[in-house]
Design a protein around this ligand. Structure first.
Ligand code: CP3
Length: 354
């Protein structure tokens, strides 16, 4: 593995390992993105995938929120859709609509169009972006890598794009359960290799995004999500036992205990879950991350500060990484992102002195 400048701020890694710290670490999902004018300026010159595929641009955009805000981690600028793309599907980023697949997998026979990718060749630009970013961060904060979870990627691959209920993808689960499992397993194998490659390129923590896990019944979650999430953590941990793993299974209230039994160190919660209920479910088996409603950032600063205090009080001073319950939104005011981050600094230090 390459060597990089030593870390000046390892707060998030120490919290991830379960150590007590003198402040709660904080970062925001989608902290690099359209709410930042400096990001929009880059996007005026370059398409989304140009930024993703050019390591220097990806590094620049990854570091933008770190330059502006006192966050305790950077997350690589990339997208979960690079995995289906590496598996042979065409992905287009449509403005105002998000990622779309002009030719989704409408039947199991169409899985023949998928390839078993050479991960280094297909995703080498991501590894290079991680290495460039790690060097340019110069040890300011740890760098987080990520991947989409198998089910969330399948939802897009079958549906062809964003959707409220992913009816086409969920229809597959009932009509073609065996083909669904085959697709999820093939995706799992690529994700494992991709995440291990990210660590070897410079990622210091990894997050698996199962953004559409909440569309499942408890039974279909246990059949089509959990085993693949479990397998990813077990195989990545086997290769790199010291790299903290985060799972974000959005909307999954019913499976917190099951997630705590996996090899993920950190469970990321959306805002619909109460901190104390989550803590009761996982006990001390995982660090919790989250979970302020991203819409709280629309509130006036005093209200936002109160919401942050309330959240921190709910989680308590230890085994918690402060974050939003989902990503930053394009019309958020960057100054409110500052209020959020600074309120975590202030109140979490205060909590430890009283
Ligand atoms: O700052 C970061 O968090 C790192 C970058 C990041 C992006 N996408 C950049 C992005 C991360 C971690 C993702 C993950 C991702 N992508 C997820 C999982 C997290 C989640 O939000 O649930 C999902 C479901 C996607 C798929 C995706 N990509 C969608 C739905 C969209 C459209 C979103 C929208 O608001 O329009 C994207 C595009 C995308 N990915 C943008 C960014 C900054 C906006 C693209 C642009 O610049 O026009």
């Amino acid at each position: 593995m390459a060597s990089f400048p030593p870390l000046k701020n390892d707060l998030i890694l120490r919290t991830a390992r379960g150590e007590t710290t003198d402040r709660t670490p904080v970062w925001m999902m989608r902290q690099a993105g359209r709410y930042l004018p400096e990001y929009r300026a880059v996007r005026e010159e370059h398409s989304f995938f140009e930024v993703v595929e050019t390591p220097e641009l990806a590094a620049e955009v990854t570091i933008q929120p770190v330059e502006r805000l006192p966050v305790d981690a950077a997350i690589l600028f990339c997208d979960i859709m690079v995995v289906p793309e590496a598996m042979g599907l065409t992905v287009k980023m449509v403005s105002g609509q998000g990622p779309t697949f002009p030719q989704p997998l409408t039947t199991p026979e169409e899985m023949e169009r998928l390839v078993e990718p050479d991960v280094d060749a297909a995703l080498g630009h991501v590894f290079e972006a991680l290495a460039v970013t790690r060097t340019e961060l110069n040890g300011r904060v740890p760098l987080i890598g990520f991947a989409g979870a198998p089910w969330t990627l399948m939802a897009y691959m079958v549906e062809g794009g964003g959707s409220k209920s992913y009816r086409a993808a969920r229809r597959w689960l009932y009509r073609h359960p065996e083909a669904s499992k085959a697709l999820l397993q093939r995706t799992t194998d690529v994700i494992v290799e991709y995440l291990i490659g990210q660590v070897e390129a410079g990622a210091q923590m990894l997050q698996v995004f199962d953004s559409w896990a909440g569309l499942h019944s408890p039974d279909t979650f246990c059949t089509f999500c959990l085993p693949y999430l479990e397998e990813i953590a077990a195989r990545v941990k086997n290769a790199h036992p010291d790299v903290p793993l985060v799972v974000f299974a959005k909307g999954v209230h019913h499976a917190l205990e099951a997630l705590a039994d996996t090899d993920y160190d950190i469970i990321s919660l959306d805002w619909t879950m109460a901190p104390d209920t989550a803590r009761d479910a996982v006990a001390d088996r995982a660090v919790l991350q989250g979970n302020l409603d991203p819409c709280a950032l629309y509130a006036p600063p005093e209200v936002l500060r109160r919401e942050v205090h309330h959240m921190l009080a709910g989680f308590g001073p230890h085994q918690h990484i402060a974050n939003l319950g989902h990503g930053m939104l394009p019309d958020h005011d960057p100054e409110h992102a500052r209020v959020f981050v600074e309120a975590v600094h202030e109140h979490s230090e205060h909590m430890r002195t009283v």
